[in-house]
Design a protein around this ligand. Structure first.
Ligand code: SAM
Length: 203
């Protein structure tokens, strides 16, 4: 098992490539959080989706009339999302994001939790830069006491709320930065406490 590089974990991306078909076909819960997020956006807002997986969320956002740019670091899952959406999905790792003030919103459901701890502030700063002022950004993390792997070999940063807030603060100004907790499962079948972060880009 390789150690994660500062900005991504190759074993985790290899897992998603290997399991892309099964992962993209899995049953997901009701997208309550996504619907609430979309309600706060203007019609046809430009949304960047990071770690889009099989493309289910991008499909919902597109059907609701938003301008969605779907991306994923796994070529296998990007291909699954392309098949679902019927349009190209960029293979892009988080650390490759270079856009500046391009999006009204960034949707990053259950994916930034794979960024190595030491690289999280850098990735968050890229997202901050990619957002327009006042842009909204959601990401969900599995909470814990630091980086580790699950039983499937995937790396997770497992932050405490305090460490997560520090990483966001280091990335730029957010007003507000709301963190809520909830219970939830995952592909490994383990129930954990999640940290749901809704951040608005400040001046
Ligand atoms: N957001 C999707 C969903 O909610 O169904 C997928 C969530 S899945 C737990 C994590 C996703 O993050 C996978 O699609 C994986 O390929 C992607 N991912 C993991 N590491 C990444 C990285 N460094 N850059 C971009 N995507 C990455």
């Amino acid at each position: 098992m390789n150690a994660p590089t500062p900005l991504h974990d190759a074993d985790t991306l290899a897992f998603y490539d290997r399991e892309a078909g099964v992962y993209a076909a899995r049953t997901r819960g009701e997208p309550v959080r996504l619907r609430a997020f979309l309600e706060q956006l203007r019609p046809r807002a430009a949304i960047l989706e990071l770690g889009c997986g099989g493309g289910q969320d991008a499909e919902l956002m597109s059907a609701a009339g938003f301008e969605v740019t779907a991306t994923d670091g796994s070529a296998g899952l990007a291909a699954e999302a392309e098949a679902r959406l019927g349009r190209p999905v960029r293979v892009m790792r988080f650390e490759e994001l270079e856009d500046v003030a391009a999006y009204d919103a960034v949707w990053a459901n259950a994916c930034l939790l794979h960024v190595p701890e030491d690289g999280l502030a850098d990735v968050l700063a890229r997202i901050h830069r990619a957002l327009k002022p006042g842009g909204r950004f959601y990401a969900g993390f599995k909470s814990g006491d630091g980086g580790d792997r699950d039983s499937l070999g995937r790396y997770y940063n497992f932050p405490s709320e305090e460490r997560l807030r520090a990483a966001y603060a280091a990335a730029g100004a957010w007003e507000p930065l709301d963190v809520t907790t909830g219970q939830g499962g995952g592909f490994d079948g383990v129930q954990r406490t999640w940290l749901h972060v809704l951040a608005v880009k400040g001046a």
